[in-house]
Write a protein that binds this ligand. Structure first.
Ligand SMILES: [Mg+2]
Length: 285
């Protein structure tokens, strides 16, 4: 165990390091004429340490690290390999791929950074404003993979927990890049439940779903819906043979059920309570 003083010293050091990193990254962006990061005049100022600083760090990692892009390309290369294997096998139904949208096909890191620079976390109102811009870029590797799949007569279904009010802007964003099957029929938004199993079941009535692609384990199986962290991990290990085969996982360090499980899925916790949950779940010496 560490003492409170030691914890405070580490916290202060961490905040200094984050500020140093942020200022350097912003300076580099200004020099390179980067317009992706929209810098707010409002400094990070929140009672929460982990949310704004942590999400700023992870979202900038998504935008600036070549490693993140390599991981995404690696995942979609594997998806292509598995799809080609499936195409060699007989099937009594037409083939389909089910994909999530956020942090799987579309990149929302500008939203995460905008919120973090204001010292704020996700909320529905600001998220809807971002979605309506239809300005999210593509996740590396995604567009090429889905276009290739469509060219091989594989149908793409977008199963997302964006809501019905966000449908029009979501299609607009996908169509901006020419994602295949970006239409009313193939976009399944969240209705009564965030669980995706009923929507997946509807699709499998008529299609042989050979691949599921997502950044959150709920994109793959009901086994992972709203489960405690230990159970999520156990279910991954018990189904390890599916990953890299039928399940293709895209990295997302910024949010997901892994974070929700830290809060026991109570997203109405205060920033201070969320900080406590993070600290209580961290391993250190
Ligand atoms: Mg997602």
């Amino acid at each position: 165990m560490i003492s409170i003083c030691s914890w405070q010293a580490r916290k202060n050091k961490y905040i200094k390091q984050m500020k140093f990193l942020l200022y350097n990254l912003l300076f580099i962006c200004l020099l390179s004429g980067c317009k992706t990061i929209q810098v707010s005049n409002t400094p990070v100022n929140s009672s929460s340490d982990f949310i704004p600083h942590g999400k700023l760090f992870t979202a900038i990692w998504m935008q600036r690290s070549a490693e993140y892009k390599a991981l995404c390309e690696q995942a979609y290369n594997l998806a292509e390999l598995r799809l080609n294997e499936s195409l060699q096998k007989p099937s009594d139904k037409p083939l389909a791929v089910i994909t999530d949208i956020d942090e799987t096909a579309l990149d929302n890191s500008p939203y995460a950074i905008q919120r973090a620079l204001q010292g704020k976390d996700f909320d529905n109102a600001s998220w809807s404003e971002w979605v309506k811009k239809a300005d999210a870029d593509t996740i590396p590797g995604a567009l090429t993979f889905f276009k290739n799949a469509a060219a091989k007569s594989v149908t793409v279904f977008y199963v997302t927990n964006r809501n019905e009010k966000e449908r029009e802007a979501t299609l607009r964003n996908l169509l901006k890049f020419g994602f295949p099957n970006a239409d009313e029929e193939h976009l399944l938004t969240m209705t009564t439940t965030s669980g995706k199993e009923p929507r997946r079941s509807d699709i499998t009535q008529k299609f042989n779903v050979v691949l599921l692609i997502g950044d959150n384990l709920g994109d793959f199986s009901v086994l992972f819906d709203k489960k405690p962290g230990t159970e999520r991990t156990a279910n991954v290990l018990n189904n390890r043979h599916e990953f890299g085969k039928r399940f293709i996982v895209i990295p997302n360090p910024n949010y997901g059920d892994w974070e929700g499980s830290l809060y026991k899925y109570n997203y109405s916790l205060t920033p201070a309570q969320k900080d406590s949950a993070w600290k209580a779940n961290a391993t250190y010496y």
